[in-house]
Design a protein around this ligand. Structure first.
Ligand code: EPU
Length: 430
């Protein structure tokens, strides 16, 4: 696999059979960070094989943890950590490297790292993380792009987040576990992945209540022992497969998909004419591929419509009857898929945070480029629904969040192959 790999997708094949929804990327990454706080070997099950997970493994090994993978289980032994810093090269590879800040502080009392990388979705500051940690008495200095943090005068208490940031909530939870006394995170993010993190930490001996609500209470200062957790199914991957079947048509069963965590996406798809039924073990989705537009989608923190599914639903409704409106409220720059969808024949205009999608009867296969993870997933959905062959470039973005995507979709009836970047015919300079 290289940065320049591409997918060749022949569109127009309906999807059928079964697709399993993998473990959630945005749950496993903070839990891997949390494992550094446990003295002994923790076991994490249902771990997807993703490039972001491999980056987190490299960070754990740099810190001195022993990590081994057996099938879908990951064993992390952080009994003897030897470092409390993260090199810049690892920080840049993904946004989630920032979760290690709270976890390393809890484990070592100090931490050094640079600013995290991740998808280009507009500015992604970490001021809320830093403010929350400072409220816990952690001193943080920033110099030359490096952060140096130290637990100097720890104090449990109230931490109020100005915005319910997922990452800041998780970082504050992790750091507060090591601070004696009761910390309450107010205006906390309510994403289901935060409940999964609470479950892991409590299994390790922490005492945390309220994840999934606006206030999370952490009774800190307890030593953590190794724990065992199963990663929840990935709700954005579930949303992606729902949208793929909706757009391409077919009758597909999504093993392990949970309707509660993708309720807003299901609601929009049902209104577009897609049949989704909760059946034993997952969700069944049936679609003729002919969809009705007319939706107004506003992205919001959970339980609102997820920003991570915005591009994917837009690609789905690009081929529909009627006008749909998307308002992106979470990130400043999350419409970079629009120009690529337009190349495929979509009729979409954007102004600021709003995109107006006038549905068209067909999309045409062509050369398109994935500029971030979910934009890549969205374009994959559009290519599956398009007439003719498409080439999707920069699929390394998709590898960050989707396990075995080609094998799974081909088993469900799609026609996709991967071409290595070096092979002839590659498009350069994208
Ligand atoms: N924000 C700040 N300051 C901060 C933190 C966030 O201004 O200190 C802003 C961000 O710039 C953004 C908004 O608040 O505009 C939301 O950011 P949040 O912190 O909630 O997001 P995150 O923790 O960086 C996680 C997911 C993202 C997902 C968002 C929103 C992980 C590893 N990442 O990011 O997932 O889009 O929550 O739900 O959990 C993805 O999987 O493709 C992905 C980008």
């Amino acid at each position: 696999m290289t940065e320049k790999d591409r997918f060749i997708i022949e569109g127009g094949h309906p999807l059928g059979g079964h697709l399993r929804v993998q473990g959630a990327k945005n749950s496993v990454l903070p839990i891997m960070a949390a494992a550094v706080m446990c003295r002994g070997e923790s076991r994490i099950d249902n771990v997807p094989d993703l490039s972001d997970v491999r980056t987190a493994i490299s960070i754990l090994r740099h810190l001195g943890a022993k990590v081994r993978r057996e099938g879908a289980s990951l064993y992390v032994d952080a009994s003897s950590l030897t470092a409390h810093d993260i090199p810049d090269g690892l920080m840049r590879r993904m946004r989630s490297s920032v979760f290690f800040l709270g976890a390393i502080l809890a484990a070592c009392g100090r931490c050094e790292m640079s600013y995290p990388g991740g998808c280009e979705l507009g500015p992604r500051p970490i001021d809320l993380h830093i403010d929350a940690l400072r409220e816990l008495g952690i001193s943080i200095s920033e110099e030359g792009g490096r952060l140096t943090a130290r637990v100097e005068h720890p104090r449990a208490g109230d931490v109020h987040l100005a915005f319910p940031s997922v990452g800041a909530t998780e970082n504050a939870m992790l750091a507060a576990c090591a601070i004696p006394g009761t910390t309450r995170i107010r205006n906390a993010a309510r994403e289901p992945e935060i409940r999964n993190l609470q479950e892991f930490l409590n299994a390790a001996g922490a005492c945390i209540l309220g994840a999934g609500s606006e206030t999370i209470e952490i009774r800190g200062g307890r030593p953590l022992h190794p724990a065992h957790i199963r990663i929840m199914p990935d709700r954005i991957v579930a949303a992606t497969w729902l949208c793929a079947a909706a757009a391409a048509g077919g009758d597909l069963f999504l093993d392990e998909a949970e309707e509660e965590t993708v309720a807003t996406v299901c609601r929009s798809l049902r209104r577009a004419g897609v049949r989704i039924d909760r059946e034993r073990g997952g969700l069944r989705v049936r679609s003729t591929g002919r969809l009705r537009g007319g939706e107004v989608i506003r992205t919001q923190p959970y339980p609102g419509f997820p920003t991570d599914a915005q591009a994917i639903l837009m690609a789905t409704l690009a081929k529909s009857e009627g006008v749909s409106i998307f308002v992106e409220n979470i990130f400043d720059s999350r419409f970079r898929h629009v120009s690529e969808l337009v190349r495929m024949g979509a009729n979409i205009r954007t102004e600021g945070r709003t995109a107006v999608v006038c549905g068209v009867p067909r999309l045409c296969g062509c050369e398109v480029c994935a500029c971030d993870l979910r934009a890549g997933a969205a374009l994959c959905v559009a290519c599956l629904a398009a007439e003719g062959e498409s080439t999707l470039f920069h699929v390394s973005h998709i590898d960050r969040g989707y396990e075995n995507v080609i094998q799974l979709l081909n088993q469900a009836g799609a026609s996709i192959r991967r071409v290595a970047g070096e092979e002839e015919g590659g498009k350069s300079g994208m």
